[in-house]
Design a protein around this ligand. Structure first.
Ligand code: NAI
Length: 263
C-alpha cells in the first residue's frame, strides 16, 4: 500500500480513530495513514486492530494499534494519555466505534439501551473531553463523529441506536459552538447503507440474507451500497484544511436514499 503520489494531506498530523479494527474505522485510519498521518487506531478487539495496522504497513504514515473499550472512562483516558505521551498533541479525532442492536422497544432491555448509548454516544463525550485540552492549548483541532442517517430519519427496529446517533449529531453541534473560539471544529457524518461487517451481521438476521441485501440495493438511487472509501473520503475532507470554515454540521453520505421520504 503506497497511497496516492500527490503530496500527503496529513503529513506530520496526529490522528485518533476509534473502532479501527473493522469496516469504516479501518478504512478511515488506513486512509489517514496513506495521507502521511501518524494514526492511533483504537479498538476493543486487539487482534482486529493489529490486523488493520499490519494491512496498512506500507502506508506513507503510521498506523499504531491501541486497545481500549470506548465506553470505559478509565480505558479512554489511558489511551489518550498514551497518544499524548508519544506525540506532540492530537490534531484529529474520529469517533467511529459503534454497535447496532436491532431490537424494538418491546424487546429492548435496559442493559441493551445502556450498552448502545455507552458505546455509541458516551464514548463521543469521553474521547472529546479527553482530547479537548490538547486541542485548546494549541488552538487547533478537528473532531469528526460518525453518526448515521438513522439519527436523522429514525427507524422502528433500532430505537436506541437511532436515539444515540441523533445524540451524536446534537453533541457535535454543541461542541462546535463551544470550540469555535479555540480553533476547534466539530462535525458529524451520517452514512447510509455502507457495505461493512455491521451490515453483514444485520443481513444474516434476515430469513434470506441475499434477498435482504438485494432489497437494500434496490432502494438505492445510486444503485449500490456505499463503500468504506466513500465514507473515508468525506471524513478526511472534513478533517482537512479544505474544510476550515465547516463546523457544527452533518454530512450525509447515503447515495440519496434519504433525500426524499414520500415517494
Ligand atoms: P463494524 O462492526 O465493521 O466495526 C466497528 C468496530 O468498532 C469493530 O472493530 C469493533 O470491534 C469496534 N468496537 C465496537 N465496540 C467497541 C468498543 N466498546 N470499544 C472499542 N471498539 C469497539 O461497523 P462499521 O459498519 O464499520 O461501523 C462503524 C461506525 O459507523 C459505527 O458507529 C456505525 O454505527 C456507523 N455506521 C455504519 C453504517 C453502515 O451501514 N455500516 C451506517 C451508518 C453508520
Amino acid at each position: 500500500m503506497t497511497g496516492s503520489q500527490s503530496p500527503p494531506r496529513f503529513a506530520g498530523k496526529v490522528v485518533i480513530v476509534t473502532g479501527a479494527g473493522s469496516g469504516i474505522g479501518q478504512g478511515v485510519a488506513t486512509a489517514f495513514a496513506c495521507e502521511g498521518a501518524a494514526v492511533y487506531g483504537i479498538d476493543v478487539d486487539r487482534a482486529a486492530v493489529e490486523r488493520s495496522a499490519q494491512a496498512a504497513s506500507g502506508a506513507r504514515g503510521q498506523f499504531i494499534p491501541l486497545v481500549a473499550d470506548v465506553s470505559n472512562p478509565e480505558q479512554v483516558s489511558a489511551s489518550v494519555a498514551q497518544v499524548l505521551a508519544q506525540s506532540r498533541g492530537v490534531d484529529v479525532l474520529v469517533n467511529n466505534a459503534g454497535i447496532n442492536m436491532g431490537r424494538r422497544i418491546a424487546q429492548l432491555e435496559l442493559t441493551d439501551w445502556n450498552r448502545v448509548f455507552d458505546t455509541n454516544l458516551r464514548s463521543v463525550y469521553l474521547y472529546s473531553k479527553a482530547v479537548w485540552p490538547s486541542f485548546a492549548s494549541r488552538r487547533s483541532g478537528a473532531i469528526v463523529n460518525v453518526a448515521s442517517v438513522m439519527g436523522q430519519v429514525g427507524g422502528v427496529t433500532a430505537p436506541a441506536y437511532c436515539a444515540a446517533k441523533a445524540g451524536i449529531i446534537m453533541l457535535s453541534r454543541c461542541l462546535a459552538k463551544d470550540g469555535g473560539p479555540q480553533g476547534i471544529r466539530v462535525n458529524s457524518v451520517c452514512p447510509g447503507y455502507i457495505d461493512t461487517p455491521i451490515m453483514d451481521r444485520a443481513f444474516e438476521e434476515a430469513p434470506d440474507p441475499a434477498k435482504a441485501r438485494q432489497a437494500v440495493i434496490d432502494k438505492m438511487p445510486l444503485g449500490r451500497m456505499g463503500s468504506v472509501q466513500d465514507v473515508a473520503a468525506a471524513i478526511l475532507f472534513l478533517a482537512s484544511a479544505d474544510a476550515l470554515y465547516i463546523s457544527g454540521t452533518e454530512l450525509t453520505i447515503d447515495g440519496a436514499v434519504t433525500a426524499t421520504q414520500i415517494d
